[in-house]
Design a protein around this ligand. Structure first.
Ligand code: 2AM
Ligand code: CA
Ligand code: CA
Ligand code: CA
Length: 263
């Protein structure tokens, strides 16, 4: 793969998709529920996924696509080149807030992350990473993450930690909240990974994410030294849903060991 040529192609496709999404604010959007009443999908999620797929199929017919809305391929292995796509990450924010959502895209070859993109559509902010080529916020190179401590960290997580669950002992959760400097909840896993990579937060934790939520962000975060694993400390296989912790390397293992029950 010529990563530079691919990068130019992908950036132009992502910007065009962003333009379509911003235009959609001018017309009526149809909203449906998926697995439960709060798990939303719109016609725009579907149209944007189909836009990417028709371009990729035309220009890279041998590549496969793993997309949230299911218009791509049935992916069960890592062979060849796979595009992991979430056309809108943060659909609830898209519907309710018209901001705080992103296009998330990762390109993997034989299971190795080559290119990653997170596009904050409303702010026109593009984060991207190239394997061994660094991570970027727009065209500014992101610095390697500096060491930090739990006490000086801002941690992003959604509010499901407050509901009894199998991963957090309630007292350990309260201790984590007390120990860190602050908690944030943005509602888009992709943006949360972009914020980790750009040093605005120090860790992001989620009990259940899908491959397309994190594929792009993992390439970007890896390039600045962040560590991403599931709650067992394993790298995760990007084929199915899993638990997820991405963090500054100086606090990743401390969060896993001191606050999370691996299951
Ligand atoms: P989505 O908006 O693309 O569905 C919300 O905290 C984050 O979790 C978003 O990145 C959201 O992605 C993701 N997520 C993963 N699985 C989800 C589910 N079943 N319901 C809602 N959000 C989910
Ligand atoms: Ca969704
Ligand atoms: Ca998502
Ligand atoms: Ca989505």
């Amino acid at each position: 793969m010529d990563l530079h040529a691919m990068d130019r192609y992908i950036k132009s496709m992502i910007k065009e998709a962003g333009h379509k999404i911003r235009n959609s604010f001018l017309s009526d959007i149809s909203i449906e529920s998926k697995s439960d009443a709060n798990d939303l999908v719109t016609n725009i999620d579907k149209e944007i996924e189909q836009f990417f797929i028709s371009n990729i199929n035309r220009d890279f017919p041998e590549h496969r696509i793993f997309g949230e809305e299911g218009f791509g391929d049935d992916i069960r292995d890592h062979h060849g080149v796979i595009w992991l796509l979430d056309p809108i990450d943060g659909t609830m924010n898209f519907v309710h807030q018209k901001r705080n959502f992103a296009i998330s895209l990762g390109i993997y070859e034989e299971g190795v992350g080559k290119l990653g993109y997170i596009y904050d559509v409303v702010n026109d902010d593009l984060y991207h990473g190239v394997q061994d080529g660094g991570a970027y916020y727009n065209d500014e190179r992101l610095k390697n993450l500096n060491d930090t401590s739990i006490e000086e960290s801002i941690l992003a997580m959604n509010a499901t930690w407050a509901v009894p669950n199998r991963y957090f002992d309630h007292n350990a959760t309260l201790k984590l909240i007390q120990d860190v400097r602050g908690i944030r909840s943005y509602g888009s896993a992709a943006l949360e990974l972009a914020y980790l990579a750009s040093g605005r937060i120090d860790a992001y934790i989620s009990m259940r994410l899908s491959p397309w939520d994190i594929a792009g962000g993992m390439v970007i975060a890896r390039e600045v030294g962040a560590i991403a694993t599931n709650f067992k400390g394993e790298p995760g296989n990007l084929l199915k849903q899993d638990t997820f912790l991405a963090a500054n390397p100086s606090i990743h293992s401390r969060i896993l060991e001191n606050y999370i029950q691996a299951k």
